[in-house]
Design a protein around this ligand. Structure first.
Ligand code: SAM
Ligand code: SF4
Length: 339
């Protein structure tokens, strides 16, 4: 009933502003075992009810449609915490059989990764980003409300041991909490051969507590790094990557900054998102979603699913609008969208 599309027949996910999405972020769950303060309140958020979540077959079918019919070349599993999905290794293994073979990535808080990194690499995972905001165990508790820093560091080591290079670290700095850790985090990353990227805090927290004045900007981060390191422009072209990168002390180590708020890169965005409950979002900050789960469960064909997905991309706005006075934060927090 769902015959594979012939290779080369994909019609891309184009929007009305000249961009084409080739990078799909898939949220595998909205649940998490941490409570990072810039993401969730201490008590967590009401989790999505189980029947609303896509099951593995539904996810894999949508991935196949995305790769075969919509030109998706890169798939990143995220959440919530994607390692909480018990079938993650199997999902990766099956996604790796899609043709043309997509690049497969994972964004995780690293808890449990020490045990699963080898199996994920064997299943076909290509890249891993681990989120790590502090190297201080007490601050880690303050930031994430859980005492699990050692597991995250072990997870990072596990990824490296599994040969998944380059291992990337994502860090969010918060004033008065860890804003003095830009340099120690980069020293740690350089020493261990990890590639560090700082992310400006965005208005995507469930509590709606973000404020521009409290955000640590790219300029401030680079200023702090310059006190200790010599940063020079990365000769590798940025392309559509959200991170601007610099060579650290002449290289080969690199550091990146994702300045979504102060230096938006919406004009080159190539991303599209699928939530754990099967909604397509054409932007992190979109206020509308397209219900692929409903269509899928109502019996839509692959061709119909692809058409609905393409239509959803046409409504992508030229920019996220964070810097507009009329900006409204999306209803869903980052953990439920898939960061
Ligand atoms: N739980 C996984 C993790 O933490 O890596 C995957 C999901 S998390 C939502 C993905 C990324 O989003 C993490 O690197 C996290 O630091 C980042 N993030 C979460 N809330 C954010 C916010 N309000 N602003 C900027 N980045 C945020
Ligand atoms: Fe969980 Fe990731 Fe959000 Fe932290 S940033 S609470 S690890 S989903």
């Amino acid at each position: 009933m769902h015959a594979p599309a012939a290779v080369g027949t994909a019609l891309p996910l184009a929007d009305r502003h000249g961009r084409v999405a080739t990078d799909l972020r898939v949220s595998l769950t909205d649940r998490c075992n941490l409570r990072c303060s810039y993401c969730m309140p201490a008590e967590g958020v009401p989790w999505l009810p189980g029947p609303q979540l896509l099951d593995d077959q539904e996810i894999l079918r949508l991935l196949r449609v995305a790769v075969e019919r919509l030109g998706i070349t890169e798939i990143r599993f995220t959440g919530g915490e994607p390692l909480l999905r018990p079938t993650l290794v199997e999902l990766v293994r099956t996604a790796a059989t899609l043709r043309p073979r997509p690049q497969l990535g994972l964004t995780t808080n690293g808890i449990g990764l020490e045990m699963s990194a080898g199996a994920l690499a064997s299943a076909g995972l290509d890249r891993v980003n681990v989120s790590l905001d502090t190297l201080d165990p007490e601050r880690f508790v303050r930031l994430t409300r859980r005492d699990r820093l050692a597991e995250v560091l072990a997870g990072l080591a596990g990824v490296r041991a599994a040969g998944l290079a380059p291992v990337k670290i994502n860090s969010v700095l918060l004033h008065g909490v860890n804003d003095d850790e830009a340099v120690p985090l980069l020293e740690y990353a350089v020493e261990h051969g990890y590639e560090l990227r700082f992310i400006e805090q965005m208005p995507l927290d469930a509590q709606h507590a973000w404020s521009r004045s409290r955000m640590v900007s790219a300029e401030e981060i680079l200023g702090r790094l310059a006190e200790r390191f010599t940063l020079s422009r990365d000769p590798v072209a940025r392309g559509t990557a959200p991170a601007e990168t610099w060579l650290v002390d002449g290289g080969p180590a690199r550091v990146g900054v994702i300045a979504s708020v102060t230096r938006p890169f919406c004009g080159t965005c190539d991303r599209v998102r699928l939530t754990a409950d099967g909604q397509v979002r054409n932007c992190l900050f979109a206020r509308e979603e397209s219900d692929l789960r409903g269509a899928l469960r109502a019996g839509a064909t692959d061709v119909e699913l692809a058409e609905q997905w393409r239509a959803a991309m046409l409504g992508k706005l030229p920019g996220h609008g964070i810097n507009d006075p009329t900006f409204l934060q999306p209803d869903r927090p980052m953990s439920a969208i898939g960061g």
